[in-house]
Design a protein. Structure first.
Lengths: 261, 415
């Protein structure tokens, strides 16, 4: 069963066609990767999916329900949450608070309950805190929960982005270059984390990644974008050998060189 | 350990400063020493309960006693309370939600005029029947009404400007405050709603519901002496409620959502925070604080006119929040207290001292240069005349050496 289905999504900015009729399906239990050269439209696709942009045409179906036209917070509440390529943490908030913000749509205390400091409010707050601590431990940030997010190292900030996205209890997790700037062992531990998440914390993961080791290592399916168009799709091994993909990455003529070598 | 050394030291200091203020009721310095003890109390290392107890003792018992002897102390304390409440309200909008609001005083004006119009004969101008002024018993109802009206106007201002950020938002809020001021200044024709620049007087004071109790216990206190004390406790309660409300909101999902919007609006939305609703809520809560304090201000002053709600007032409150530390409750309190003391006591005190020197006619003898008669000190040197300049200098120095404010928000302590 398809958890997410994109049907012919297009988006243009002025004269630039950022996405051209992109279709994509993602099944429950899968990790799919979105690859392509810089400027191929990968992040635009994420932004369209999460409601930051509205697609010019096409439909986004999530659990058979259209997400087009919903505000970003409604999409998060519906069960899609994301991380950002250029880390966008809440710098002057603690690690714990960052994760708790991610839970906003899952907490339901009303204003009167907060003002009266009701029992229900305290129970929910305590539960939220212990859930947040669980996610902080899961992403390897235990012990840093009272630090300000901006004080974390680069790799820790990337992990915190993941913990914060998980806090929204999403069915679908969108990761935008989660291992960018990480060394091999760091990337490897994240790969293990992603595979472990499936089924326990999320139903499916869609990730944008440039690190081919990660892409080929954990993806069940790879989608390739170039100039806003989807040029290939398949299991990692197929995509790796696809001439159009190699051309898109290395330029025209390289296919011949690649074949010769 | 209840009697730890720091606590004992603090108690000794409080006792000494109170005795000083008791013996020298006219001394500005003595009262400043009493005020400083609150700051010491904030920093002292002691259990929360003991700190609360000492703070309550100071504010509920010692300060009113001193104020009883010198009414000016109470006046200062009430002014501080009003500005603390305003600063806490603005701190929500600027410090938590991160929206620069240069027209905060408009909400203060709305609350003040709400009670001024109905708590004085003014409302007879447009509502026939001679029902007004309302009796003082209506005061508390209007205090609650003003919270609702403030929240409503906050939302009304918020709705059209939500798309704006930073400088653009600041300009619109500034314009809003000017619109409110221009309205109260000009709504004396065709229907006389606000009496225009002449202002409204006399405004009914809050009810002395405890009067029978005083008479019964045989205490005969004149109203003139009772009212300052009454207003002092009213503002103390209002500030107390505001602090509690702000603290609860801060540690709930609402406060976290506000701060997330301040830090990164896009990321906050992507994490499920309904940005529009949360911004409106921030505007509403901040405005309702200011509006409630406005009612109290009107009742205390008895007379109000549009001059009390100028742009400089907005800037003053904003400066208090920035000096204290944006997004920090202790910061807003300290900023408001510090600036008010500076305005009302320090600069005025220095001016008085200078005047005293001038009138003494003493000669200052400087070796080799001859003598200088102190009576020749020009009147232009009075520090009180340089209020804004001193203020500006402090702001500049702060921005260079401590841009985050005196008491910036601290990280949540581990439990």
């Amino acid at each position: 069963m398809a958890l997410l289905e994109l049907r012919g999504i297009s988006k243009h900015f002025g004269g630039l066609q950022a996405l051209a009729r992109v279709s994509l399906e993602l099944d429950t239990g899968m990790i799919a990767s979105l690859i392509g050269p810089n400027g191929a439209g990968k992040t635009t696709l994420f932004n369209t999916l999460t409601g930051l942009y509205r697609p010019d045409e096409g439909d986004i179906l999530f659990q058979k329900r259209s997400l087009v036209g919903l505000k970003p917070d409604k999409i998060t509440a519906a069960g899609v949450s994301r991380t950002f390529q250029n880390i966008r943490l809440f710098g002057h908030m603690t690690v714990l608070e960052n994760v708790l913000v991610g839970m906003h749509s899952r907490l339901s205390t009303s204003l009167p309950a907060i003002l009266l400091s009701s029992r229900g409010f305290h129970l929910q707050e305590t539960a939220a805190r212990s859930k947040a601590m669980e996610l902080i431990e899961l992403t390897g940030l235990a012990g840093r929960e009272s630090e300000w997010a901006e004080q974390l190292s680069y790799g820790e900030q990337r992990r915190l982005e993941i913990a914060r996205a998980l806090a929204a209890a999403p069915q679908l997790l969108l990761l935008d270059e989660p291992t960018a700037g990480m060394n091999i062992s760091e990337a490897r531990s994240l790969m293990t984390l992603f595979t472990d998440l499936i089924g326990k914390y999320v139903q499916a993961i869609l990730l944008i990644e440039h690190n081919m080791r990660v892409v080929m290592g954990i993806s069940h399916r790879v989608h390739v974008l170039d100039y806003g168009e989807k040029i290939a799709e398949g299991i990692p091994d197929e995509v790796r050998r696809d001439p159009r993909v190699i051309e898109a990455y290395l330029g025209q003529g390289s296919w011949a060189e690649h074949a010769q070598s | 350990m209840i009697c730890s050394l720091p606590v004992l030291g603090l108690c000794g200091y409080i006792a000494a400063s109170c005795l000083l203020a008791f013996w020298f009721p006219q001394s500005v310095l003595a009262f400043l020493a009493v005020e400083a003890s609150l700051l010491w109390l904030y920093y002292v290392d002691a259990p929360q309960k003991i700190k609360l107890f000492i703070g309550a003792l100071l504010l509920i018992v010692l300060l009113p006693i001193l104020g009883w002897m010198n009414g000016y102390y109470l006046e200062v304390a009430i002014q501080i309370g009003i500005f603390v409440a305003l600063a806490l309200g603005l701190n929500i909008v600027v410090g938590f939600v991160g929206l620069l609001n240069l027209g905060f005083v408009a909400f203060y004006a709305i609350g003040a005029y709400l009670w001024a119009i109905f708590g004085s004969p003014q409302a007879n101008e447009f509502i026939p029947g001679g029902l007004f002024p309302l009796s003082s018993n209506w005061f508390f109802l209007f205090l609650i009404l003003s919270v609702a009206l403030g929240a409503l106007t906050g939302v009304l201002l918020g709705l059209p400007v939500l798309r704006l950020r930073g400088d653009y938002l600041a300009i619109v809020t500034l314009g809003f405050a000017e619109v409110v001021r221009a309205l109260v200044n000009n709504l004396d024709k065709p229907v006389n709603l606000t009496n225009g620049p002449r202002g409204i007087a006399p405004i009914t004071k809050p009810p002395l519901f405890f009067q029978p109790l005083l008479e019964y216990s045989g205490l005969d206190v004149s109203e003139a002496k009772l009212y300052p004390l009454y207003f002092y406790f009213l503002i103390l309660i209002i500030v107390g409620v505001i602090i509690r409300v702000t603290r609860r909101l801060e540690s709930s999902r609402v406060g976290r959502a506000w701060k997330a919007i301040r830090e990164d609006e896009v990321a906050a939305a992507a994490m499920g925070v309904p940005v529009v609703r949360m911004k409106l809520l921030g505007f509403a809560v901040g405005a309702s604080f200011a509006s409630a304090v406005g009612v109290l201000f009107a009742a205390k002053q008895v007379f109000i006119n549009p001059e009390s709600f100028t742009f400089m007032e907005s800037i003053g409150v904003l400066a208090m929040v920035i000096l204290g530390g944006m997004g920090s409750i202790p910061g807003a309190i300290l900023g408001a207290t510090g600036v008010t003391i500076l305005n009302l006591q320090l600069l005025k005190g220095l001016s008085l001292w200078l005047n005293g020197l001038r009138q003494s006619g003493a000669e200052l003898v400087i070796p080799l240069l001859g003598s200088y008669s102190l009576s020749q000190i020009p009147a232009q040197f009075e520090p009180a005349k340089y209020e804004r300049m001193v203020f500006g200098l402090i702001l500049i120095v702060m921005m260079i050496f401590r841009p985050q404010g005196v008491l910036p928000p601290s990280k949540e302590r581990k439990k």
